[in-house]
Design a protein around this ligand. Structure first.
Ligand code: SF4
Length: 453
């Protein structure tokens, strides 16, 4: 019997800026894998695909990350006053339309979404899908759809919005819209982990997830809202997936997408790292999502080095104990300092150890940002400033609503981190540019001093 076809689509991004830091639509590919095992035939179109033949600029990338191809477009009306160029990131609509016309008419379409303020890109993608595949049921899921389902339904025009982890609800939703009943998976795990990488045009690295969710609940983070459980994979399944993908695609890089890889090192990360050090030599690991500072003991740092970690990002957000006491206590200043010391002792360099610092938080002064940056630099890591974007439903959301001059409750475009929407007066892009320049100068000077020794 012919299997029903489902088209999975990663939409365009409309924004002032976007950077591909080991970004792949892993959630969508994980759902594709699940649906394939449920009896569906998945197809995949990625509007951001850096490996599309039309993406000349992307093809020239020396690494698996870099700038997306972009086209300047008109700003949405609420953003008219922002003196920055607004762009569509991804392939030209004519190219995507041609791609869509080259595949057979699907029985259902699934579109994902990420940032709340990227909804115009989602809406544009859905308009094109409706034009090419008129009458095909279209479901919208992902982070934006889960956080703002009513807005997504009203502004993007899907037939249904899927809230939360897609794999548990999708089979029923697809049945309602198409009449195709999925095959039973009663004996299988509730959640999916492996991605249908074969749907990608090219696999240059493995986007890996070894656990889903996070047991903590920080005031500025939506992890628990998006996925309210914490589920870990078997070590053997993780190592087996890496081995299989390496041998099939010849990759050497892994981008780790976990929210909480290091939350319980003896129970999860250490066995994986130890197995990787023995059976996966030559692999380079990158952690764009950030790691928990408090878990980086000498033993963990050494295991990370032996496993081949290359790009380390610590999600410290601030080195102020007062901040962490107020927002969920995921780490503290002393833990961060010892994490950096342990990583340096294990043989990592400053360039490899980035520390994400949230800037533009409600109530955060310029002095607090400068103190955070100074401490990270003195500790021996590289501060990576991350502009805060308010996320509906988080505890900090209400503070952001109170401190923002924009109507962020009614217009998600104002969640855009570029606007520094909830920042205190004086914490603006000019100030942050000055801080970034100071960071570069400090690092350069330190390197020169090091060479001169
Ligand atoms: S520890 Fe990280 S992933 Fe978990 S809630 Fe806090 S910020 Fe989110």
């Amino acid at each position: 019997m012919k299997r029903p076809q489902v088209l999975l689509v990663n939409p365009w991004v409309h924004d002032f800026a976007a950077y591909d830091l080991w970004a792949r639509p892993l959630g969508l590919l994980v759902i594709a894998s699940r649906l394939r095992r449920l009896g569906w035939e998945p197809r995949f179109v990625d509007c951001l695909d850096a490996d599309h033949s039309v993406m000349d600029a992307a093809k020239a990338r020396p690494h698996s990350h870099g700038r997306f191809v972009k086209t300047p477009i008109q700003k949405p009306a609420p953003l008219y006053g922002v003196p920055r160029t607004f762009s569509r990131y991804g392939a030209d609509p004519a190219v995507i339309e041609k791609d869509l016309l080259s595949i057979s008419r699907p029985d259902a379409i699934l579109v994902t979404s990420i940032m709340t303020y990227w909804y115009p890109g989602v809406a544009e993608t859905i308009r094109l899908l409706r034009k090419v595949f008129e009458g095909v049921p279209l479901l919208l899921g992902g982070i934006y759809a889960s956080l703002l389902p009513h807005h997504a339904l009203a502004h993007c025009g899907p037939d249904e919005v899927i809230v939360g982890p897609g794999e548990s609800m999708l089979p029923h939703a697809l049945y309602r819209h198409t009449g195709f009943a999925s095959t039973s998976l009663e004996d299988e795990a509730m959640f999916e982990f492996s991605a249908a990488l074969d749907l990608m045009r090219r696999v240059k690295f493995l986007p890996l997830i070894t656990s889903r969710g996070c047991p903590l609940s920080c005031a500025y983070c939506a992890s628990r809202k998006i996925f309210p459980y914490f589920v870990k994979r078997e070590v053997s399944a993780v190592i087996g997936e890496i081995q299989a993908v390496r041998s099939r695609y010849g990759i050497s890089d892994i981008a780790l997408y976990d929210d909480a890889f290091l939350i319980d090192p003896p129970g999860h990360a250490l066995p994986i790292l130890e197995a990787a050090a023995v059976g996966l030599s030559g692999m380079r690991w990158h952690t764009p999502n950030g790691l928990h500072a408090s878990a980086i003991s000498p033993k963990v740092a050494s295991a990370m080095k032996r496993a081949g970690f290359e790009t380390i990002r610590i999600g410290v957000e601030s080195v102020s104990d007062e901040f962490h006491n107020r927002t969920g206590g995921k780490t503290d200043r002393l833990s961060f300092l010892s994490a950096v010391t342990n990583l340096l002792d294990a043989g990592f360099s400053r360039e490899q150890i980035g520390a994400y610092l949230l800037v533009g938080l409600p109530g955060q002064s310029r002095g607090q940002i400068e103190d955070d940056v100074d401490l990270v630099l003195k500790a021996g890591a590289f501060p990576k400033l991350a502009e805060y974007s308010p996320i509906p439903g988080t505890l900090m959301w209400y503070e952001a609503v109170g401190s923002s001059p924009y109507p962020i409750e009614t217009e998600p475009l104002f969640h855009n981190c570029t606007l520094l929407t909830a920042a205190e007066p004086g914490v603006d892009s000019k100030f942050l540019q000055g801080v970034r320049t100071r960071i570069s100068e400090y690092v350069m000077l330190t390197e020169l001093q090091h060479i001169g020794k």
